[in-house]
Design a protein around this ligand. Structure first.
Ligand SMILES: [Ca+2]
Ligand SMILES: [Ca+2]
Ligand SMILES: [Ca+2]
Ligand SMILES: [Ca+2]
Length: 413
């Protein structure tokens, strides 16, 4: 079993997905299609075999729950046979099997259900996690958001274990770094922060890896968790203040700690300076509050899966958990050097899945950043209200969180 991540004093809340667009039914002939097969539905199924035989073809299997059959044809004859069969009165329709193409060319975009869920199933890089088919559109509509904005350089502070200095998909997005841990390098040797930063703003459409929800955003890398994934309230408070002073519009805190007057003071100072704060609700699977998420000025985030169901590990409670976002088997970036979470969880260098409300928090932070970039008149108050009020309500989750699963496509309208 994977290990959900919520370690230590302050602990990271990740114990630690993809997209394809289906070509329209009446797509022009130049749209690429699968060779050697076409799709045919018959008005009268009992004559199917006869009709096909007259074209030198054999009956094929039904396609999923549809009444269409997948018919094998000689390569190169696909269009000709579609034409011929379409003219046969026994045939309801015949069509080419157009290729599903991703909305970005990033290698693993088809696994990023959190951004665009087409009901895809996938296996992770190591091949040790197979994710079953999800529910189409149980996602944050990132692709729809990108037609309005991809982030316009909005700065998102990721207060975490650092961001790797050797992953081309995310390293170039780091606008500033600061290290609030004691005696460790600023690099991410734990692995958690790199995954969060990738969910926020991994470079889209560069053929590599993944895409972040806000690929045009910049990252402020505040390392507050050490190389074991542990930090302190004071290091977090320092990181919050540094983020404010360095132009963060959103601060992501995929971590949890006990209540602290110092921490609350830093949170309130950031909010009063116009920054939106987002934090994980925790991976306890219960209703126990963790901080900073439970502070009123922080958006607390629960986790959903690729069917829009609450993750079993997710902390919940509509009294203080505000929204939800995908947090189960979410694809993102990892360091390209060895890291602790990789050792603990058998995760690959470079890219792999992560689980936890940590991941969900990062997705909500990116969604807030898209809201900022779409509205020149936005304020921290309006951005938070937009993220919460436009979240998709999910039937049956009313007691889990106050609003819904966030929708990036809706916040940018
Ligand atoms: Ca969608
Ligand atoms: Ca949608
Ligand atoms: Ca990429
Ligand atoms: Ca809160």
């Amino acid at each position: 079993m994977r290990k959900d991540i919520l370690a230590g004093f302050i602990s990271a809340t990740m114990g630690l997905g993809a997209v394809a667009l289906i070509a329209p039914a009446n797509a022009a002939p130049e749209v690429p299609y699968a060779e050697g097969q076409i799709m045919v539905e018959f008005r009268e199924p009992e004559v199917a075999a006869d009709v096909l035989r007259r074209h030198g073809l054999e009956k094929g299997p039904r396609i999923g729950s549809t009444d269409a059959l997948l018919i094998g044809v000689p390569e190169g004859k696909e269009a000709k046979l579609v034409d011929a069969l379409s003219r046969n009165p026994a045939v309801e329709y015949a069509e080419l099997d157009h290729l599903v193409t991703p909305a970005t060319d990033d290698e693993y975009f088809a696994r990023q259900y959190a951004l665009q869920n087409d009901g895809q199933s996938f296996t992770n890089t190591n091949g040790d996690i197979s994710v079953a088919e999800g529910t189409a559109d149980a996602d944050v509509d990132a692709v729809e958001a990108w037609s309005v904005t991809t982030g316009s350089g909005v700065k998102v502070a990721v207060l975490d274990s650092g961001v790797a200095n050797d992953n081309n998909d995310i390293t170039p997005k780091v606008a500033a770094r600061a290290n609030f841990t004691r005696g460790e390098s600023g690099d991410d040797n734990y692995g958690h922060g790199t995954h969060m930063a990738g969910s926020v703003s991994a470079t889209a459409d560069n053929t590599e890896g993944v895409a972040g929800v806000c690929p045009g955003c910049q990252i402020l890398d505040g390392k507050v968790l050490n190389d074991s994934g542990v930090g302190s309230s004071s290091s977090l408070a320092n990181g919050i203040n540094w983020s404010v002073n360095n132009g963060a519009k959103v601060i992501n805190m995929s971590l949890g700690v006990r209540a602290s007057r110092t921490l609350e003071s830093a949170v309130n100072n950031a909010w009063n300076n116009g920054v939106v704060l987002v934090a994980a609700a925790g991976n306890g699977g219960n209703q126990t509050k963790i901080y900073p998420g439970a502070y009123p000025n922080v958006i607390a985030v629960a986790a959903t899966d690729n069917k829009d169901a609450k993750a079993s590990f997710s902390t919940y409670g509509a009294g203080w958990v505000d929204v939800a976002a995908p947090g189960v088997n979410v694809y993102s970036t990892f360091p390209n050097h060895t890291f602790v979470l990789g050792t603990q969880n058998n995760r690959s260098m470079g890219y792999d899945v992560g689980n936890g409300t940590s991941v969900s928090s990062a997705i909500v932070a990116a969604t807030a950043a898209l809201a900022w970039s779409s509205d020149p008149g936005a304020t921290h108050t309006s951005v938070r209200a937009e993220v919460e009020s436009t979240a998709d309500k999910i039937a049956g989750t009313g007691t889990y969180w106050a609003h819904g699963r966030v929708n990036a496509g809706s916040v940018v309208k």
